[in-house]
Every structure is written in structure tokens, then in C-alpha cells.
Design a protein around this ligand. Structure first.
Ligand SMILES: [Zn+2]
Ligand SMILES: [Zn+2]
Length: 149
């Protein structure tokens, strides 16, 4: 009998998976700056959900790990990029008024324009965006009675 071995599925990178969901990490991802010595890595989705595990708490300092973070606009820091993703996660995709309110440092138009320009058309973020959209759909279907004050 012949064994037919498929070599697919071997991830060429030796990066550990996300601690939260065990998915393969796609840049940009989050590295906790306080947990160690072995790297405590989270994907953006788990990070924005505030994943906590043993000694790791969601308010730990963190680093954004990426070899190619698209800093396309000088006025936007990497922290602001992440804050924007968080705000979109919290407020829902398209709710730029609340996103801007949560961002504080950027206007509604800046948030929308920046997001559309740098995230929607960027393959680096396509998987993240897909998850954001799915979560957003689940959220709107789920929490219809949630009223803002
Ligand atoms: Zn994860
Ligand atoms: Zn930590």
C-alpha cells in the first residue's frame, strides 16, 4: 500500500500561533511587552476583544509586530491605526461618528477616509476586515436593543 503524503498545511513560519484563538498570526499582530520570557502573541481580533490569559491582562503594554505596517499618512501613528481598528470593532463598521468620538484625536471624515483608503484596499488587512465585518454583522443581528445614550 502506498502512502500518499500531502505536504500541504505545513506553515513555513515557525512563529507561535495566537494565544487567544490558536490561529496563524498574520501581520500586524500584537506582542505583549510585559509577559515573558516566551512571547505572548495575539492576533488583532483577540487583542481588540481584550483577551486575557493567566498573567496576561488586557491593559498590559504591547508592541505592534509587523515588518511592513502601512504608515501611509504621516499624521497617523501605529497606535492610532490600532485604535481605529478597535473603535470600528466597538462601534461597528460605518459608524464613523462614534468611531471618531472614541478616537478623540481624529475627525469623523479622517477616520472614514483613512480606514477606507488604508484598510479596505490593503491585502494585509483583508483577513482582519473579513472578521470585522462578520463580527459587525453578528453584532447588528444580535444586539438590536442596545441603545446609545
Ligand atoms: Zn487570536
Ligand atoms: Zn501580558
Amino acid at each position: 500500500m502506498m502512502d500518499r503524503l500531502a505536504s500541504f498545511g505545513n506553515d513555513p513560519s515557525d512563529k507561535p500561533p495566537c494565544r487567544g484563538c490558536s490561529s496563524n498570526l498574520v501581520e500586524p499582530y500584537i506582542k505583549c511587552a510585559e509577559c515573558g520570557p516566551s512571547s505572548f502573541l495575539l492576533c488583532l481580533q483577540c487583542f481588540t476583544r481584550g483577551f486575557e490569559y493567566k498573567k496576561h491582562e488586557s491593559d498590559h503594554k504591547y508592541e505592534i509586530m509587523t515588518s511592513d505596517f502601512p504608515v501611509l499618512e504621516p499624521g497617523w501613528t501605529a497606535q492610532e491605526e490600532i485604535a481605529l481598528l478597535e473603535a470600528v470593532m466597538d462601534c461597528g463598521f460605518g459608524n464613523w461618528q462614534d468611531v471618531a468620538y472614541q478616537m478623540r484625536t481624529k475627525s469623523k471624515e479622517e477616520c472614514e477616509g483613512h480606514y477606507m483608503k488604508n484598510f479596505i484596499n490593503n491585502p494585509l488587512f483583508s483577513s482582519t476586515l473579513l472578521s470585522l465585518r462578520q463580527m459587525e454583522e453578528a453584532r447588528t443581528a444580535d444586539s438590536h436593543s442596545f441603545q446609545t445614550h
